[in-house]
Design a binder for this molecule. Structure first.
Ligand code: CTP
Ligand code: CA
Length: 227
């Protein structure tokens, strides 16, 4: 039997994808992170490459295998991710920010292991760059297609809409973290996609790999409208 050939509908497109959590160091042995597995971003990278795109995947630490046919850049913290993403901004036609970037980092990183004592310990945190927001600013002539995610536990549509507008992006893929088939670590997701044109589409539970194709279809349509 001849295997079905993938349609190469993303040929010639440069797609930049971020995935996974970031790790913000406290001292040489400890860090702050979150529950992101990287599965959604890796699925998008895999599908984009199979559909013929030039793919750069910038990833925080995950346990996943590198998808085939992508240029892989490994990063640890949000600052490194910011640098790698902004370096590739010019090159990209479509940027998909599925990474769960830490909003805060320890203000002072101790170069020695912090020793315990009997006192309370408070770690001062300061803000990381909002990478997606910076990209939205850099994209004032709207020549790139920007796709963000939103992870919410409440007021999904309202919060996602506000992220769409504040970050000047074309599309937000909103995850309701209270739903059983959605979010971190799972192979499935349940999302609502909000677009700049006002369209809001709710999807039922589906495999992340299938959702990846939907996100790429929409991103490709938006991008075509710009060329
Ligand atoms: N994001 C980013 N840089 C950050 C934080 C978030 O690029 N420092 C991106 C994420 O990759 C995602 C989108 O912004 O595509 C939304 O992330 P989310 O954490 O849901 O929203 P925040 O804007 O950080 O707001 P909050 O966490 O307060 O809900
Ligand atoms: Ca956040």
């Amino acid at each position: 039997v001849k295997l079905l050939e993938e349609k190469q509908d993303l040929k010639g497109k440069n797609i930049l994808i971020t995935a996974g959590p970031t790790r913000e160091p406290i001292d040489p042995v400890r860090y702050i992170t979150n529950h992101s597995s990287g599965k959604m971003g890796y699925a998008i990278a895999e599908r984009a490459a199979k559909r013929g795109a030039n793919v750069v995947l910038i990833s925080g630490p995950t346990n996943l295998d590198k998808p085939k046919g992508v240029e892989f850049i490994s990063v640890e913290n949000a600052n490194d991710m910011y640098n790698e993403v902004t370096n590739r901004f010019k090159w990209a036609n479509i940027i998909i920010k599925s990474a769960a970037v830490a909003d805060y980092k320890p203000k002072d990183v101790s170069d020695k292991k912090i020793k315990k004592s009997n006192d309370e310990l408070a770690i001062a945190l300061e803000r990381n760059y909002d990478i997606l927001k910076e990209l939205g600013r850099m994209n004032e002539d709207n020549n790139k297609t920007l796709i963000g995610f939103a992870a919410e536990t409440n007021d999904l549509i309202e919060n996602a809409k506000s992220k769409l507008n504040k970050k000047n992006v074309d599309m937000i893929v909103a995850n309701d973290l209270t739903k059983k088939g959605a979010g971190f670590k799972k192979d499935t997701n349940i999302v609502t996609i909000l677009e700049r044109n006002g369209n809001i589409t709710e999807y039922g539970e589906m495999k992340k790999i299938d959702l990846a194709d939907i996100i790429l279809d929409k991103g490709n349509e938006i991008s075509k409208g710009r060329l």
